[in-house]
Design a protein around this ligand. Structure first.
Ligand code: ATP
Ligand code: MG
Length: 436
């Protein structure tokens, strides 16, 4: 790890935090308190041997002195990209923290993602009060709305200036964070003192150096219900097959966790692990063997798995320029049916795609706690003048990470990890389903 983990600061902190009278002395996090950013013991020893500082993240939390004046600081909140369980909980906690802890009464919600930051798009900003956000955490979605599609950072910063925003909280995925970086660059170009604080949203849990993202637990819990349904369907028929497609564009964390949690799937297919369909070691042969033995089978497939089967199809993109994935679930359904029919094996396939019901769920209680803590850490970051910063969670600690570090590469399942080993043990599927 060679990245610079220093967090940009807008300036010296002169104001005393209003937390002075609310929390114990030990509740404040000193600026030099850090969280080691590597877990490999051998690597850590090498750093020590060579007397090189071990890479570490800033620990998140309240600072004794803050950069922005409590009671006078103006904040903005924007949510972008796809919806994810917990967005409203994050919004609510940012509002509550500002309102009651830092005494900041002006918190503006921008409507429909970055589109709401461009004045000519005509969306009004919404003043967010405790009354407005009181019960939103029990609802899925985002009260602010969201969007995809590029917006001009010059126009977005114009709007921030016009509204006298001191801190902008951007809640979204990789695209949103890249957008946030562009906004921060434009702010720096103008020499303004506006902080940009990101709260990472990835239902796939695929951001580097962040062990857990909000909504992930809700997502895989919901996926579990779909898997139980698929199993019930599959068992009810002779050679019954249940296919469940879950989220996971590049990383199969939801598929893996839901597989282990339910114990039902016989195959878990993820983007990180290549597989063939045909041939003696291909997926279809293994599935057929399983069916002949047990008369039913459950398959969990992450949406990004098996995309190699579509290389001849026309590529399509969404408004933000993300490549649209082809439906691997439907493809598998068709291929399985063709294969079994060819071998005169009667069968019944049920395909379940719970993606949209998963995305729109309110968070589980555990996720809800996590959302609040992320939001609180974000507000501390903003008030202390940290910018171009993302709130992370690593090895049991909330951390501050430079935005560009987290967006540089995706976190993927390590197929040598205990997580993937558990999947193999739970499903009984072969380590590899490719023909050499
Ligand atoms: P998810 O993909 O998880 O739903 P996301 O944040 O990645 O979330 P996107 O639609 O890709 O969702 O991006 C959200 C917003 O960020 C959009 O308005 C998009 O235009 C903007 N954005 C995406 N990529 C960039 C970029 N490279 N530079 C500036 N803005 C970007
Ligand atoms: Mg994205």
């Amino acid at each position: 790890m060679e990245e610079d983990l220093t967090i940009e600061r807008l300036g010296t902190c002169h104001y005393t935090s209003p937390f002075e009278n609310m929390i114990q002395e030990t509740g404040f996090i000193p600026d030099d308190e850090r969280v080691v950013a590597i877990t490999d013991k051998g690597l850590i020893e090498k750093f020590i041997q060579h007397d090189i500082p071990i890479p570490s993240f800033e620990k998140a939390g309240p600072r004794r002195k803050v950069f922005f004046e409590p009671g006078e600081t103006v904040s903005g909140i924007v949510t972008c990209g796809g919806i994810c369980p917990g967005l409203n909980s994050v919004i609510r906690s940012i509002v509550m923290m500002n309102y009651y802890r830092y005494n900041n009464k002006r918190i503006y919600g921008f409507r429909y993602g970055y589109a709401g930051l461009v004045k000519e798009n005509g969306y009004d900003v919404q003043l967010l009060t405790p009354e407005i956000v009181e019960t939103i955490h029990t609802d899925g979605g985002t009260i602010l709305g969201t969007s995809r599609g590029n917006q001009d950072p010059v126009k977005m910063v114009d709007r921030l200036q016009e509204l006298n925003i001191d801190i902008l909280y951007t809640i979204g995925g990789d695209g949103t964070l890249r957008g946030a970086q562009q906004i921060a660059e434009e702010i720096a170009r103008r020499g303004l003192k506006i902080a940009i604080v990101g709260i990472p949203k990835t239902i796939d849990n695929d951001i580097s150096y962040i062990d857990r993202s909000f909504g992930f637990e809700t997502a895989f819990s919901e996926a579990c219900d779909a898997i139980y349904a698929a199993h019930t369907e599959a068992k009810a028929h002779d050679n019954g097959i249940g296919i469940v497609k879950v989220m996971g564009r590049d990383s199969g964390f939801i598929a893996a966790h839901a597989t282990i949690a339910t114990n039902e799937p016989n195959f878990c297919l993820i983007p990180e692990v290549d597989f063939d369909l045909d041939g003696s070691n291909g997926f279809l042969s293994h599935l057929t063997r399983r069916l002949l033995k047990r008369k039913h089978a459950v398959i969990v497939v992450a949406e990004g798995a098996g995309q190699k089967f579509f290389t001849n199809d026309k590529e399509e993109y969404d408004a933000s320029g993300n490549k649209k994935l082809k439906d691997i679930g439907l493809y598998l359904k068709q291929k399985i049916s063709e294969h079994l029919t060819k071998h005169h094996i009667s069968h019944s396939i049920k395909y379940i795609d719970p993606s949209y019901t998963i995305r729109s769920r309110p968070p589980t209680p555990n996720d809800s706690i996590f959302c609040s803590q992320l939001a609180q850490a974000a507000v501390h970051a903003g008030m202390s003048g940290r910018t171009n910063v993302l709130v992370g969670y690593y090895q049991g600690n909330f951390t501050y990470i430079p935005i560009d570090i987290a967006t540089r590469r995706r976190k993927k399942i390590d197929t040598n990890s205990s997580l993937w080993t558990s999947v193999l043990e739970t499903t009984g599927q072969p380590v590899a389903m490719v023909n050499s």
